[in-house]
Design a protein around this ligand. Structure first.
Ligand code: HEM
Length: 370
């Protein structure tokens, strides 16, 4: 072999590795897991999901000056979709919503159907590779199915040949995931709009009301959104490619009634903080975080928007984050405070923060004296 062909072969190999790195990593992870050299987090038994810690949510930063931020970063692609110990409990809520309130939480406009199918394919592919003990592809009666080994459910990956309805593919996708999923498409004016959505855990809105809305219209109630980020969001969505998935995080503060269950906490089509609940206990104040992911589908070129909801009560919040929450809430202008329901919970947050601060400085003093 000549030096020239050796160099060409090496360059070709390096290019192929770079181009197919994701596939190579997934393939080798699967082989190593199968032959037992690499222990999968949830090896052997689907019930091991109960031991998986949630994907870490973005901490509250403690910004001293309020500004609506895009705050996007490259997506952690290995964790586009996540599983954790809350899977079964939340799955029961999702199942209940899809049975009892399907028309409120799930809509697919006709033009989105191809993208909804592509989203289901991508979701299935990802889950079977990432969590091979929880999800697997099976073939029954000439149908390709995905099986959820934790719940025993099976979903058809084919094209509604058996008389399925338009929402089937997106429904299957969000019955598999812990994330809510939406499909964003471009309208004739070049704006992205909500073409399909399965948003089971919404924050003050419903899919039934907002299906077909542009992203810009969707954010009309959000103070300063149009002045501060609307243009950047349009540019960001237009530039998104299948190879550059992105993510961002958001948090809301929610106040729950003492007797509210997980269903009522997660499914919040109305206000997150009702005015009459202005004397909440720390465990009734919930920091509700959303991890939002943006992924362009390679075939239909629509965008899949994923939202994973995380709940942390005030009393579970680490001290540094509690301090950061206090810093941020103090920076909000009046109309932003009004939008975020601050008057309902801020006094109690401050009281709780001061109590914890006093307790920890008394603790430190005691240690020094000892
Ligand atoms: C980079 C893109 C995006 C940015 C920067 C963004 C930003 C925001 C912000 C800052 C809020 C207010 C939250 C708060 O501070 O209390 C908000 C609310 C909201 N966002 Fe987004 N968002 C983005 C994409 C989307 C997309 C794709 C959807 C599609 C479903 C969406 C749906 C909503 C809804 C429904 C609300 C609540 C609005 C209301 O109060 O009625 N967002 N968003």
């Amino acid at each position: 072999m000549t030096t020239f062909s050796l160099v060409t072969l090496s360059i070709f190999t390096i290019l192929a590795i770079v181009r197919y790195q994701k596939e190579i990593i997934n393939w080798s992870t699967n082989i190593l897991t199968r032959i037992g050299l690499l222990k999968n987090v949830a090896a052997d038994d689907p019930s091991n999901v109960k031991r998986l810690a949630p994907y870490p949510a973005q901490p509250i930063r403690g910004r001293k000056q309020y500004r609506v931020m895009m705050d996007i970063r490259r997506m952690d692609s290995q964790n586009w979709l996540t599983l954790d110990k809350n899977y079964m409990e939340e799955h029961r809520v999702r199942d209940h919503l899809l049975r009892e309130k399907k028309s409120e939480v799930l809509r697919c406009l006709p033009e989105s159907l191809e993208s909804c199918h592509e989203a289901l394919e991508e979701v299935s592919e990802f889950l079977c590779q990432r969590f091979p003990n929880m999800f697997r592809k099976v073939s029954e009666n000439n149908q390709d199915l995905i099986e959820n080994c934790m719940t025993g459910e099976k979903f058809d990956l084919g094209r509604s040949v058996s008389g399925g309805i338009d929402t089937d593919a997106l429904e299957a996708a969000v019955r598999l995931t812990m994330e809510d999923l939406s499909i964003l498409m471009l309208n004739d004016e070049g704006e992205y709009y909500l073409a399909a959505s399965a948003s089971l855990f919404p924050t003050g809105w419903t899919v039934k009301e907002r299906i077909g809305w542009t992203i810009s219209r969707m954010h009309e109630p959000v103070p300063l959104w149009h002045q501060q980020v609307a243009n950047s969001v349009s540019k960001f969505l237009a530039r998104l490619t299948p190879n550059s998935p992105m993510e961002r995080s958001n948090y809301f503060v929610e106040v729950k009634r003492p007797d509210e269950n997980l269903f009522e906490i997660l499914y919040r089509p109305g206000a997150l903080c009702e005015k009459e609940l202005n004397n909440p206990l720390p465990e009734e104040i919930i920091i509700r975080r959303e991890r939002q992911t943006f992924r362009r589908l390679p075939r239909t070129e629509a965008i899949v928007f994923g939202v994973k909801t995380y709940l942390t009560t005030l009393d579970q919040l680490p001290m540094q984050e509690l301090e950061n929450l206090v810093t941020e809430m103090k920076s909000w202008p009046e109309h932003v405070s009004e939008y975020k329901g601050k008057h309902v919970w801020s006094e109690k947050v401050l009281e709780f923060y001061n109590r914890r601060k006093d307790a920890s400085s008394a603790d430190t003093k005691e240690k020094i004296e000892v």
